[in-house]
Design a protein around this ligand. Structure first.
Ligand code: GRF
Length: 237
C-alpha cells in the first residue's frame, strides 16, 4: 500500500472540520493521516477533541508574537517539520499567513471557506449572503495563495438559501456540507489527483452532472398568489 500523506490540521476554535478530517482518516484506506493538530489558541475546543482521539497536538499561541507573523510562522513550522508533515489543512485557523509561508507550502496548503468563492471572501459570509439575496450559497476548499481566501479551487458544495433562513440556519446547512467536502478534497490532494495550472486546479475525480437550481423551476400546482391574473399564453388563450 502507498504511504499515507502526513497532514497537520491548523485550528483556532471549535474544530468541527478537523473532527470530520479525523473521522475520514480513521479509515486506513484514506490517503492521508492526521499527524498533528495545531492551534494558535489554548482555548480552542478542537484541541481537546484531538487529544481524546489520541492525535498529537501542539499549541503555538499567536498572541505573544504580536505583529511578528514571520516569527510566529517559524514556531509553527518547527512543529510541522518536527512531526514530518507533508500537507497542511487550515480548518477555521484565524490567522492570515504570510506570502513567504504560502510560497513555501504552495500546493501543499489547503483551506475551507464558508462561501462559494470568489463570492464573499473574508468573514461574516452567511450574513453577507443573506443580505445580497443570493439563492445558492455554500463552501469552497481551495489551495492557499497569498491573499485572503484566494487560490485554485479544489471543490465546492452548494446549498439553497431558504426564505426564512437566519444566519444560524444557513450556517448549519453549509457546515454539514463542509464536513463532506473537506475530507473529499483533502483526499484528492493526498492521493495525487490534483493538477494545478495557473489559477486553476483540475481534479481527476468524477464530476457532478446535475444542477442545483433554487427556487425550483418545476411547475408548482399554484405558483401565483390568490386573485392574480393568469399570464396569457403565446396562443393568447
Ligand atoms: C468553518 O465554517 C470554516 O469554513 C471556516 O471557519 C469555520 C470553522 O469551523 N474557515 P470549525 O472550527 O471547523 O467548526
Amino acid at each position: 500500500m502507498n504511504q499515507r500523506r502526513r497532514v497537520a490540521v491548523l485550528i483556532s476554535g471549535r474544530g468541527s472540520n478537523m473532527a470530520a478530517l479525523l473521522e475520514a482518516a480513521a479509515d486506513p484506506a484514506y490517503p492521508a493521516e492526521v499527524s498533528l493538530v495545531l492551534s494558535n489558541r489554548g482555548d480552542a475546543a478542537g484541541l481537546e477533541h484531538a487529544r481524546a482521539r489520541g492525535v498529537p497536538t501542539a499549541l503555538v499561541e499567536s498572541r505573544p508574537f504580536g505583529r511578528d507573523r514571520a516569527a510566529f510562522e517559524r514556531a509553527v513550522e518547527a512543529e510541522l517539520h518536527g512531526h514530518g508533515v507533508d500537507l497542511v489543512a487550515l480548518a477555521g485557523f484565524m490567522r492570515v499567513l504570510t506570502e513567504a509561508f504560502c510560497t513555501r507550502w504552495q500546493d501543499r496548503l489547503i483551506n475551507i471557506h464558508p462561501s462559494l468563492l470568489p463570492s464573499f471572501p473574508g468573514v461574516d459570509t452567511h450574513a453577507r449572503a443573506l443580505a445580497a439575496g443570493v439563492t445558492l450559497h455554500g463552501c469552497t476548499v481551495h489551495l492557499v495563495r497569498p491573499g485572503v481566501d484566494d487560490g485554485p479551487i479544489l471543490g465546492q458544495a452548494a446549498v439553497p438559501v431558504l426564505p426564512d433562513d437566519t444566519e444560524a440556519s444557513l450556517a448549519a446547512r453549509v457546515l454539514a456540507e463542509e464536513h463532506r467536502l473537506y475530507p473529499a478534497a483533502l483526499g484528492w490532494l493526498a492521493a495525487g489527483l490534483v493538477r494545478v495550472s495557473g489559477k486553476v486546479a483540475r481534479i481527476a475525480a468524477p464530476c457532478a452532472t446535475g444542477a442545483l437550481v433554487n427556487p425550483s423551476p418545476n411547475p408548482s400546482p399554484n405558483p401565483l398568489p390568490m386573485g392574480a391574473a393568469l399570464p396569457r399564453t403565446a396562443a393568447g388563450s
